[in-house]
Design a protein around this ligand. Structure first.
Ligand SMILES: [Mn+2]
Length: 332
């Protein structure tokens, strides 16, 4: 698959890299890794994210390549690229406010991703491998034999951070032997694992723990403690002085409790409506739950947007999640 992707990258000169709204460590690491490769191949590359690069990922962007999307400053964005690559997101609408520019663009539209999806969704070319742990894994596979080794240190660090982020620091079931070999290669090429871990996860602000406290007060259990749900409103965020970034990792916390099979974080979006993030311990397919609401992701980590009032959203989600629990936990 990646041979085809590499061939496709030969022709275009101006390449735009984007990811889903609020890019995560994997999307960011994969874009930066790909940008290093494309620059090595002599391409003109830009990376634009929306609404901005989360502060805790700033250490990855050592060359300050990443631009925060600004509808006024980026009016030319649709016309600039010959190829527009969406990294780490399975469908264009996950671009959020950049979606309009994507639709208007005449660029060749390409998807590089590891999220499951059922049907093609508006790309000229799709390179999706649902068996990959991370988009960074795909980029590593792409560049491993196509660039001189060792890789430039910022590139190696970006790819390593992507692997760390999407494997839960090598704890999740997607942390395959292959992922560990890649990580070992990157460490041999100079990546400092403890430094990356500190930079990714130990740069929080007090507001973050205040928000976690508030979220934990909202914790509700259903289905004999197998489903745990956290809820946060914009009022909660404001009361704690917290931002979206401060929620990073929160949804995983209920899974630390014995017996919890599915954890959910519902948070109100600044523009209205709600985002639900779901995590499954092992047996329950939360991708199926999120697909029901027009979202998606992976079997064990997915998300969806919902509208309505908070109690209504909580009730709608609970019904679908409990049905999925029933279905998946009844199987041996
Ligand atoms: Mn990813």
């Amino acid at each position: 698959m990646l041979d085809g992707f590499a061939r496709l990258l030969e022709q275009p000169h101006r390449v735009l890299l984007t990811s889903h709204e609020n890019p995560d460590g994997d999307g960011t690491g994969a874009m930066l890794g790909l940008a290093h490769y494309l620059r090595f191949r002599g391409k003109d590359v830009r990376i634009v994210v929306s609404p901005e690069l989360p502060a805790f990922l700033g250490f990855l962007d050592t060359e300050h390549w990443i631009e925060a999307f600004d509808p006024l400053r980026h009016q030319e964005l649709a016309d600039w690229p010959e190829a527009w690559i969406l990294v780490d997101a399975s469908e264009p609408k996950r671009l959020g406010v950049m979606h309009g520019a994507f639709q208007a663009s005449k660029a060749m539209k390409v998807c590089l991703d590891h999220h499951m999806k059922s049907e093609p969704l508006g790309f000229d070319h799709e390179f999706t491998d649902g068996t990959a742990s991370a988009s960074a894994e795909l980029v590593f596979d792409l560049v491993a034999r196509r660039m001189p080794r060792p890789l430039p240190r910022p590139m190696a660090t970006a790819l390593y951070a992507g692997l760390v982020d999407d494997t839960g620091s090598f704890r999740f079931s997607n942390a395959s032997a292959k992922v560990h070999r890649m990580a070992a290669d990157l460490i041999e090429e100079g990546v400092l694992p403890a430094r990356v871990y500190q930079d990714l996860y130990h740069q929080g602000r007090p507001e973050r723990l205040k928000l976690f406290g508030r979220a934990f007060e909202s914790l509700e259990f259903h289905a004999d403690g197998r489903y745990a749900c956290l809820s946060l409103t914009q009022t909660d965020l404001h009361a704690c002085g917290a931002t979206h970034d401060d929620m990073e990792g929160l949804v995983n916390k209920p899974l630390e409790l014995k017996g919890v099979e599915v954890a959910c974080l519902i948070h109100e979006l600044p523009q209205g409506g709600f985002k639900a993030s779901l995590r499954s311990r092992e047996r329950v397919d939360v991708n199926a739950v999120c697909r029901h609401f027009g979202g998606g992701g992976h079997r064990l980590a997915s998300g969806a947007k919902l509208s309505g009032a908070m109690p209504q959203v909580q009730t709608e989600l609970k019904a679908v999640i409990l049905a999925q629990l029933e279905k998946d936990l009844s199987q041996p």
